[in-house]
Design a protein around this ligand. Structure first.
Ligand SMILES: C[S@@+](CC[C@H](N)C(=O)[O-])C[C@H]1O[C@@H](n2cnc3c(N)ncnc32)[C@H](O)[C@@H]1O
Length: 292
């Protein structure tokens, strides 16, 4: 069940509680310092922030139908249905990744809030010599990500609830990847270890964006690249007052030791809502920055 790249992952990983060294155990990994054990779930995903059943029930990212919709229509809509409404977002991220890689190919890449693995898969495909780690809170999304990013089989997607015929996606078979469950606020990594940290539409979904950003920057090497996108559609309603626009995000980044080399607003991507052609368009902020 374990992923073949566990040893590569363990070179980067640390206990999220005490930052002790992690070692392999039969059913998970163990911290040599505090002795905490992190177990695999039944799909072979290491759980660093296991959640109780009632926490998962209230999280839409754990709903099976939602995850299939997210996969087939949003994250991989172009590949699955030939509908490219989200490609503006995904390909902008890839373009920023590749423009960094031209200057210096990143050895270690972290995709935080990787969802079903679109950016993880794109990075691992385009940069075959890089090691790409994808992390998310949702076990359901990670199970799908594991099948798509690392698997080689056809995965059936039941999209009938959303008015699309059932269809499938073939696993990408990328063996330069590792996927794990963790909370962006308690990252299980050494400080200053990644050359590139990506987060696509994560920040407006978390409880504490300041703490999340601080943690994301802490695992990035000095001189490393930080790529960020978000529609700033805050799920915590208090944050609409605090971060209403791009200038506020810019300040937050600068206060966290990031030097912005590119920032723009007005990247629109489209989410299809149903087979009748209803949709939502999301105005998105994009930032590319370097850690001091
Ligand atoms: C809008 S989705 C974006 C997913 C993916 N980056 C993409 O573009 O398809 C937000 C993701 O953030 C994850 N997430 C929310 N809070 C998180 C946290 N505290 N730590 C890690 N992931 C989190 C959700 O489970 C979800 O997969």
């Amino acid at each position: 069940m374990k992923q073949p790249t566990l040893n590569n992952f363990l070179k980067l990983a640390k206990c999220p509680k005490c930052k002790g060294k992690l070692i392999e155990k039969a059913d998970g990994v163990k911290c040599q310092l505090c002795n905490d054990i992190y177990f695999y779930n039944s799909d072979g995903i290491l759980l660093f922030y296991p959640r109780k059943k009632d926490e998962k029930i209230t999280d839409k990212y754990e709903e099976p139908n939602f995850v299939e919709w997210y996969t087939g229509i949003l994250a991989f809509g172009n590949e699955v249905l030939g509908k490219g409404q989200m490609e503006s977002l995904h390909r902008t991220v890839s373009q920023l990744v590749l423009s960094t890689a031209i200057k210096k190919p990143p050895t270690f890449i972290l995709d935080i809030g990787c969802g079903v693995g679109r950016a993880t898969s794109d990075c691992a495909t385009y940069l075959g010599d890089s090691f790409v780690v994808g992390l998310d809170l949702s076990e359901r999304k990670l199970s799908m990500a594991k099948k798509i990013v690392q698997g080689k089989e056809n995965i059936r997607l039941a999209l009938a609830h959303f008015g699309f015929h059932g269809t499938k996606i073939k696993g990408h078979g990328l063996d330069n990847t590792f996927l794990l469950q963790a909370n962006a606020e308690f990252l299980p990594f050494s400080d200053s270890i990644f050359d590139l940290v990506i987060n696509v539409n994560l920040i407006d979904r978390v409880i504490n964006p300041e703490n999340t950003l601080k943690n994301m920057v802490s695992v990035l090497k000095s001189g490393g690249k930080f790529i960020f996108t978000s529609p700033l559609n805050w799920s915590n309603s208090n944050l609409w007052d605090k971060y209403p626009c791009i200038e506020d995000i810019q300040k937050l980044f600068e206060n966290n030791g990031l030097i912005i080399d590119e920032i723009f607003d007005g990247l629109f991507y489209r989410e299809i809502q149903d087979a009748r052609g209803s949709y939502s368009d999301w105005n998105t902020t994009v930032v590319s920055a370097i850690k001091k």
